[in-house]
Ligand binder design. Structure first.
Ligand code: SF4
Ligand code: SF4
Length: 379
């Protein structure tokens, strides 16, 4: 494992962090034995940054992390987030932090982030003296580093960066989204102000880690790239930026963790070859031309009152569009979403619109679900 430092953070952090938002599941619940084994494996292999948040796995990620870190807590830096969209009063701030400490079974959270800030949420939090709250929590030893994660425009990002002496910020970045939200410009801006940067969605919710499509075979061969998927290239593209502190991967299976740990051994800045960079460009052009929905599978839009598994619907649509294998994705969609086993199909949507107000990517979810139903539910 390689480690990097951030200007205002004392610890050296593994360049691969374990994001606990897409843990392995069984029958819709966290597959706790497998997920716990992954936690142990990660720590044994040098991962020292664990990230969770209140909404992950319908509120079950934080309690899981609390249990899984028994005996490991002092080996890792623990990050979780204040659910900024749920905060109406000053009392809500204390409520969430105290409950998080209880569920995580710890007396302190190392990195405490204001979750998914946008202009409106930031304005609301400022009215509640959020910085005063965070500094008081730090003085009381409940949190150590004051941070935020972000989903809005670059201009808003710069305003938030400039409004406090943050220890770290977390942004979305991958080779498909290099110019989206904060993007590479935001990464450089924050680092230029001595704020450490953690990257989320490095593989765009798994869209980059599908098997290499036939159209890319010759470019991959030219670059000497022998992996079956683009995941390794996607992660190394992020680490190629010297301003990146670490990236979070929401690993859902032990094999993904093994592969990502292998990739992390090569995650030095500035080491992608010109041919690998050409491959990134070719892959990006191809993916962008094919993707139907810019969904990152973040899951903020769920639960849907009708149980529609929105991220799964869009994952299947994008994978089919990128790979060209519509039949396989149709079969997968109908298998995964059969009889509401893990969630409902797109056609169950009643167009209430509740999901769209929560989507950080501002996707017209109702309209896109109709495309999903047309692609996979018509015989
Ligand atoms: S618009 Fe459809 S998918 Fe979205 S929350 Fe309502 S029922 Fe669910
Ligand atoms: S539709 Fe939006 S909120 Fe839902 S998973 Fe995709 S990106 Fe996230």
């Amino acid at each position: 494992m390689l480690y990097r430092t951030m200007p205002r953070v004392a610890e050296r952090l593994s360049i691969l962090g374990f994001g606990c938002m897409r843990l392995p599941t069984l029958n819709g619940e966290i597959d706790e034995p497998t997920a716990s084994r992954m936690m142990n494996f990660a720590v044994e292999n040098g991962v020292n940054y664990i990230d969770t948040a209140r909404p992950y796995h319908g509120g079950k990620s934080e309690p899981f992390v609390g249990r899984a870190l028994k005996g490991l807590r002092d080996k890792v830096q623990l990050a979780t987030k204040l659910p900024s969209w749920l905060i109406k009063t000053r009392g809500d701030l204390d409520f969430h932090l105290n409950e998080q400490l209880t569920q995580l079974q710890t007396d302190h959270i190392d990195f405490y982030l204001l979750h998914a800030l946008s202009a409106g949420r930031w304005e609301n939090l400022l009215k509640l003296d959020i910085i005063g709250f965070m500094e008081k929590a730090r003085a009381a030893g409940k949190i150590r580093y004051i941070c935020f994660s972000f989903h809005d425009s670059l201009d808003t990002f710069k305003k938030i960066v400039d409004s406090y002496r943050w220890d770290m910020c977390q942004i979305q970045l991958n080779f498909l989204d290099d110019n989206y939200q904060a993007g590479v410009l935001g990464l450089k801006y924050a680092r230029g102000k001595d704020i450490g940067v953690v990257i989320m969605e490095p593989l765009k919710g798994g869209n980059i880690s599908i098997s290499i499509p036939p159209d890319l075979h010759s470019a991959a061969k030219e670059a000497g790239y022998g992996k079956p998927t683009l995941a390794d290239l996607g992660l190394r593209w992020v680490w190629n930026h010297s301003e990146v502190g670490l990236l979070l991967s929401g690993m859902s299976a032990p094999e993904q963790m093994t592969q990502n740990i292998e990739s992390a051994a090569k995650g030095f800045p500035g080491t992608l070859t010109p041919k690998e960079l050409d491959l990134v460009k070719t892959a990006k052009d191809l993916f962008v031309s094919r993707m139907r929905v810019p969904c990152t599978s973040c899951g903020y839009c769920i639960p849907c009152p009708k149980g529609v598994d929105i991220p799964q619907c869009f994952m299947n649509l994008n994978n089919a569009a990128i790979s060209g294998n519509w039949e396989a994705q149709k079969a997968h969609y109908n298998y995964i979403l059969a009889d509401n086993r893990d969630g409902n199909k797109a056609s169950v949507c009643v167009e209430c619109g509740a999901c769209e107000t929560k989507c950080p990517q501002h996707i017209p979810i109702r309209e896109k679900l109709k495309e999903v139903a047309a692609a996979f539910e018509m015989s």
